[in-house]
Design a protein around this ligand. Structure first.
Ligand code: ARG
Length: 574
């Protein structure tokens, strides 16, 4: 039985046929899922080739069709319109394939033949501040991408680039020393503490000077300074870990590689860049001017490696970070799930690392950007007091709103209700973040994310729970059952089910979790059409009933596995 991606398989066959039709090196063919009725897949290669070679596209398409060997899986391909090649899968093949999904925990998705070692940097909150709504996206999107890559068979190393170093700590520690609080601060009062320190830093020149000197002491390893710093970072890490646990994020305190971790490597970064002749002094600071980066006036843009006061900043740390992961951890890929405004920062860091030889041939670095979460007024989401909404408040609110969704379900025990409310609330929050194209901003709306209809996790969780209750009612062993496709709605469902590998592949290859969301939603819709049109428990014959139960079970497995790759759980009962 052939597994994996059907569109890729068809594309391979098109390429093989193409060699007999044209005498240039064939360009790679792309075969796409078709939305036209009666057509399962479509290829438009002949149109592009026609233009390139000055030949009639339909004639090229017909040439390919004549040579194409797809009889094992598809009907003879048709040439349509200006030169499309249309494919329709053979029903018996579809039946075999859907039946075979049952024994495969990966539902047909292949493991990559080219595993890579991938360091993925995500979440990255700043210590001594509570996580706010802005941290939701890098955390949730990063976690889904890490899961997808791991599922594909890569060696994935998540790391959390905690903002635990630099200027803010100078002022925080200086304030701690001024205050000498009797008990250590909790994260809640650290928020206020941070704001007080910042405003003093901005308004009190003497305090600002002491704070800057304190940063230098911190970076040079002064004991008293370090122990105060530790207090602040430990309390913050406790808070982050709690939030991750509640959110179901696969980051632990062991994955923290904060900015401080790279401090011992910073001096060598400057020295090696300088020895390689890559640095220049500008305004007293050591800078690199990577090729091709200009400001609006057309002047070269600097990446500051060491500041005038001898301190190191965010950019120096990212240079040391990349170098650490490629040289000491020997990763092949570095992914950074960080907001879109940092695109230029990363492009410059990558350029400097390439020039320095820290990012070599065959190693890839990629910034995976995303848009912002906006309030319903279209601006950054703030509380009434004008602060960014705290993430822990948001999570609590999600769970309590979800509890209202299942209100009235007296058949569920209080413990089950709490579990379910958590699964629905946290799921909704994550899914809302994942289901749109990550590059765009999205408007936060409880009403939309908790809607029982539409492309929401609640809809998918309900669909799945409903299927499981049908299966429980049938209470039947489906081993050895064969999928039969008599009704068009059955065929449509089988076709959706065998496309799981394509959806997962597309979501993984482009780091685009929304592609998996769209697929899961469409599959659930196709299932509900099937369920309306094809009686399951009261099917016309035992064979048809078994087949429909199996289709239902495969749908539930698809939704469950798909949502788990997005970090969303699927309660049995809702
Ligand atoms: N702490 C940073 C911020 O809040 C994000 C860190 C992203 N990762 C990195 N390697 N720079 O903007």
């Amino acid at each position: 039985m052939l597994f994996g991606d059907v569109s890729e398989e068809l594309a391979r066959r098109v390429m093989a046929a193409l060699r007999h039709v044209i005498d240039i090196e064939p360009p790679s063919a792309v075969v796409r899922v078709s939305s036209r009725a009666g057509v399962d897949y479509q290829c438009d290669l002949a149109m592009n080739l026609g233009k390139q070679l000055g030949r009639a596209p339909r004639e090229i398409a017909a040439g390919i069709a004549a040579r194409l060997d797809v009889a094992d899986l598809a009907e003879p391909p048709e040439v349509a319109g200006p030169g499309f090649l249309n494919f329709t899968l053979r029903s018996s093949w579809l039946e075999d394939r859907a039946t075979a999904l049952d024994g495969d925990p990966r539902l047909g998705a292949a493991v990559t033949p080219w595993p890579r070692r991938i360091a993925i940097d995500y979440s990255g909150p700043n210590a001594a501040k509570e996580m706010h709504v802005g941290h939701l996206r890098p955390t949730v999107i990063g976690d889904a991408i890490a899961r997808l890559l791991r599922f594909a068979g890569h060696d994935v190393i998540p790391h959390n680039h905690l903002g635990d170093w630099g200027t803010p700590f100078g002022m925080l520690i200086e304030r701690l020393l001024d205050e000498r609080p009797s008990a250590p601060h909790t994260i809640r009062d650290l928020n206020g503490f941070y704001q007080a320190a910042r405003s003093r830093f901005e308004n009190d020149e003497d305090f600002a000077t002491r704070s800057r000197a304190r940063v230098v002491l911190l970076q040079s390893g002064d004991q008293e300074t370090l122990s105060l710093w530790r207090q602040l970072v430990d309390e913050s890490t406790r808070h982050f870990t709690q939030v991750y646990e509640l959110l179901g994020i696969g980051l632990s305190s062991g994955d923290v590689y904060g900015e401080s971790f790279y401090n011992p490597f910073l001096a060598a970064v400057v020295d090696d860049l300088t020895n390689a002749g890559l640095t220049a002094i500008s305004d007293g600071a050591v800078c690199v001017f990577p090729d091709g980066f200009l400001n609006r006036e057309g002047e070269p843009l600097p990446l500051i490696v060491r500041k005038r006061d001898g301190g190191y900043g965010y950019a120096a740390t990212d240079l040391a970070t990349l170098r650490y992961w490629t040289e000491q951890r020997e990763v092949t890929d570095l992914l950074y799930v960080v907001g879109a405004p940092q695109a230029q920062h990363f492009a410059m860091v990558f350029a400097v690392c390439r020039a320095a030889g820290w990012l070599r041939e065959g190693q890839r670095a990629e910034h995976i950007g995303f848009g912002s979460v906006l309030g319903e007024d279209g601006h950054a989401m703030k509380t009434r007091a004008g602060e960014l909404v705290r993430l822990s408040d948001l999570l609590a609110e999600a769970v309590s709103q979800a509890a209202e969704v299942i209100d009235g379900r007296d058949d569920l025990s209080p413990e089950v209700r709490e579990e379910v409310a958590e699964a629905i609330g946290i799921g909704a929050l994550k899914y809302a973040d994942l289901s749109g194209d990550r590059g765009r901003d999205y408007v936060f709306s409880w009403e939309r994310m908790l809607a029982k209809n539409g492309n929401t996790s609640v809809y998918l969780q309900y669909a799945n729970a409903r299927i499981r209750s049908v299966l429980a009612r049938a209470d039947q062993d489906l081993a050895g059952v064969r999928v039969l496709l008599g009704h068009p709605a059955e065929r449509a469902l089988a076709l959706a089910l065998i496309r799981f590998p394509e959806a997962v592949g597309a979501a993984t290859a482009g780091y685009l979790p929304h592609k998996l969301c769209t697929y899961l939603y469409e599959t659930a819709v196709v299932f509900s059409r099937f369920y309306e049109q094809c009686p399951v428990l009261d099917a016309e014959s035992p064979g048809v009933r078994d087949s429909r139960l199996l289709l239902a079970e495969l749908t539930s497995k698809t939704l469950t596995l798909g949502l788990s790759l997005l970090g969303i759980s699927t309660p049995d009962r809702l």
